[in-house]
Write a protein that binds this ligand. Sequence first.
Ligand code: GLN
Ligand code: ZN
Length: 785
Amino acid sequence: FPSLPRLRFIPPPSFVRLNWVRAMTSHIVGYPRMGPKRELKFALESFWDRKSNADELQKVAKDLRISIWKQMNVAGIKFIPSNTFSYYDQVLDTTAMLGAVPPRYGWTGGEIGFDVYFSMARGNATLPAMEMTKWFDTNYHYIVPELSPDLKFCYASHKAVNEYKEAKELGIETVPVLVGPVSYLLLSKPAKGVEKSFSLLSLLGKIIPVYKEVLTELKAAGATWVQFDEPTLVYDLDSHQLKAFSDAYEQLEETLSGMNALVETYFSDLPADAYKTAVSLKGISAVGLDLVRGEKTLELIKSMGFPSDKYLFAGVVDGRNIWANDLEASLKTLRTLEGLVSKDKLAVSTSCSLLHTAVDLVNETKLDMEIKSWLAFSAQKILEVNALAQALSGEKDETFFFTNASAHASRKSSPRVNDEAVQKAASALRGTDRRRTTPVTDRLAAQQKKLNLSVLPTTTIGSFPQTADLRRVRREYKANKISEEEYVKAIKEEINKVVKLQEELDIDVLVHGEPERNDMVEYFGEQLKGFAFTVNGWVQSYGSRCVKPPIIYGDVSRPKPMTVFWSTAAQSMTSRPMKGMLTGPVTILNWSFVRNDQPRFETCYQIALAIKDEVEDLEGAGIQVIQIDEAALREGLPLRKSEQALYLDWAVHSFRITNSGVKDTTQIHTHMCYSHFNDIIHSIIDMDADVITIENSRSDEKLLSVFREGVKYGAGIGPGVYDIHSPRIPTSEEIADRINKMLAVLEKNVLWVNPDCGLKTRKYDEVKPALTNMVAAAKLLRSQL
Ligand code: GLN
Ligand code: ZN
């Protein structure tokens, strides 16, 4: 067929355009609070150390807030968030707003100040902190509210209103952001001692009055918009939980009149029933949806429709990653959405708060221009949101779009990204099932013949205390201040010290102590192809703590062995088995910024193949026991149940790939940093490691209950016998007691004795007595078996 003539769109002259064009708006869900160079971190830590006073801390905080608002204002963002700043955590801020302070912190009323606030966050001289847990599937941790039926709620922190007013004084109109009432309750836990039948949602009626007070005050201060973050809507909630959303906003409806309210969701698409609930909430004029992680969001809007009287805040700019947005692709999505919502009711937004990405690319002095052109941190994402909104209003900044398109083209075709051999090898793994052929029981028997270990063998997880000296040596070597020779000598001396100590302690399977590593992911990333590192790409993890994830930008391969030199050196210092120590592919993946131009499993398989090379080189060099840490396997678990099986399948497969080629006599260990894996126990078994060591001592009962319930675990297992997070030294009786509890549910010939995790954060005068007691406990029990 002859091709039809294409209809050309000819833009009318701009004076005409003004009359018919849609006014597109832009919105940011939230912004990092740490500052481009972690200014808040240093101010907080100096305040906590009593090196500065509250005024000084408040000044730094205020300056940060102001510069962020100004930045968004100058960029042209219409809906600028306020109250996304926090001295510690936004959920804790909400706890303060509601006056929901657990009684033990001795708060007696009045506006909550730093004293009570930081005691809840970090503990004080006499009290431990409140519990902290992961915020959805991010690496951010929030302080878990502890609620009980008799808790009296009252309006006890005016932070949201104060910050709104602070921005207003600068002439900047903002959208105050509150953690929504239902998500707040769903993210809470019942206080200790509260009866089992107590339902957290039953407190809704008690917290709504406080929300009303806040809203009334915001309105009085001039606020015309408010944002409620209700991310729990993305979970698989039951109808009772969904009804709580309808009830909550119905109760707020009257207070919200005269004001626009946005209910913001993120981190996934919504299940159909939650979507229905979200778009029909009373009192709400806008719904925010994630179109990045929410892969099905667009389909959902198309198939279920969107109410004509509401705004859609379309989260097309990724708040979880560091890649420049594909502006043309986003524009296409937005154009589709334009056809689905009412005129003037579409706003361009970020997929979630930018809290989960790095702050400003401007401070990356060490990244080369090519890689830099592929990236966008928070400051750049603001510009992207604005450019998209402008383009929709018919004022497309052609240069901005052109630069963006060129960057995408360069990223797509760059030889630094593409390595055909790696791609082929990784895609050959799809649909396969790589695993060792001999069953684990037989392998263990073959290994035991060589290793000849006593029952209840003792070991540690890898790292030994990291001293200031050690950190200095690594730093000086990196900065070329000491020679390679000097560096190797210093590290070998350290390894030797750790080996001798373990021999003195009479530990059975030794480790080299990891003195050459500053971080278990960075160490490998720096030696693998396809990784880049930032100097200031920090992301808040909790409180003042930040992490700097590596960026995986290209196909991953291993140019040369990474750990063989140190492991063989360590093995040569002892006749006992020395564990080779590696970080597993899933953990490397989950603790990095991952490329978004191929599925995550593809990248994971590539890393798995690189680690496989390392495993085989270690084996070839005579290392008989190799530990492949998968500390973060659980972290990658998708939020929605329907997606979990697929993830577990490729994640567990990736682990198996790394050691699918070793001999039966090579013993593969893995290690995990959490104890709640009852729900994924079958996947853990399917990893088919010979030995697994797991954190356990903070929750004996939880972990061991799986085995009590009859799950068969034939491989070796070492549930941690003491908590390494605490400086407390456990007695040998207490450790023996723990081991006895384990022996009640696990067979004696599979049980290992080890601490919860690596020892790098502890001091030698804690580690020595603790390990002495651990070995003594193992010996005592051996004599009784
Ligand atoms: N091998 C690492 C260490 O001992 C494991 C750390 C971890 O599990 N987070 O430090
Ligand atoms: Zn650990």
